[in-house]
Design a protein around this ligand. Sequence first.
Ligand SMILES: *Cc1c(COP(=O)(O)O)cnc(C)c1O
Length: 396
Amino acid sequence: MEKMKFTTKAVHTGVSKDSSYNSVITPLYTSSTFRFNKVGETNGYDYTRSGNPTRTALCENLAALEGGAAGYATATGMAAVTGVLHLLKSGDHVIAGNDIYGGTYRLLDSVFRNMGVETTFVDMSNPENLNKALLPNTKLVWIESPSNPLMNIVDIKMMVKAVNCEPFPLVCVDNTFPSPYLQRPLELGAHLVVHSTTKYINGHSDVVGGAIIAKDKELGDRIAFVVNALGLAQAPFDSWLVLRGVKTLALRMEQHQKNAHALAEFLENHKAVKKVYYPGLKSHKGHKLASVQMSGFGGMLSFDLDDTVCDMHKLFENLSLYALAESLGGVESLIEAPWYMSHLSMPEQARKEAGINQYNIRVSLGIEDTDDLIDDMSRALDASQFHTVQEIGSEV
Ligand SMILES: *Cc1c(COP(=O)(O)O)cnc(C)c1O
């Protein structure tokens, strides 16, 4: 079937017929090595770092979901980022958003800078910033949209146009937040997509993994070389788990974003909340663009707590359905303070420049019942205010 829709692709792509026992699910091949038929002739696999049938099934699935020519599953999301950055060499220049994932920021700023690859971090909400930063040796533009934790939206199509990439710079989009269900950057002109499959694609908070998807075969072959040469590939069991998770991506994303939308609207009207960052809200500055670029607004939001009204630490303690934890995209709801947790790997100045403050709180909505999540947040916010009605009452 040529024209399968997203949900069907997620269930069927890469799942080949098992010739041994007709198993319906992709078998898990944990073997590190494969027998040769004779010298120079294999059944398609020789050694699991270089290739593994279980991992291949996942790679084909992810490539299909992103609409790319080739996909590669890596041990972690950072391994995927590492793979793409190894397309560069000393003397090359990168432009990246100033509010990208903290680990990617650190890798560019502290590791690759020492290897002679300079990065300019810019506010990508304005394409002019990109033009100003562009140098003759700019080989890569790194985009994240929606960004983390303020959910800024970057116009991917316009960025591709602005850098006028022939043959460089390559445009790579970290598509972890929206997942391919809500946004497909290759269709918008990007050359590469990376994922932390740890998040929505696996979706069950029980594996770390990453992926690189390339627009065309030539770029895919270069990625394949780097992934094998650096040893970045994902283990068979982890690949199998991610393949298991991705089949329900569409269903999960629908509930994640239903919950996020409901919580965003609830928080926007709460007196202990100063500001809500969710692209689904009309008040969000990226709302219009997100409505066009994405097919939904996703399951992540953040908000600024009014610290004169509510105690953040008490709030975390008083919540029972939202676990205080980093990461995101799992079936259970998570909450955290980016300034102190997920974004601590960014220098303080960089956090400030990205617009993150000490009272910003990020929420990854799970797939629990919407009313239960709102009730829990409502109760915890009330219980965490400095002067509750009960306290004033008891003082009298
Ligand atoms: C988590 C994350 C990463 C890194 O992925 P790991 O699986 O933790 O290595 C990269 N980008 C984004 C947007 C992420 O959320």
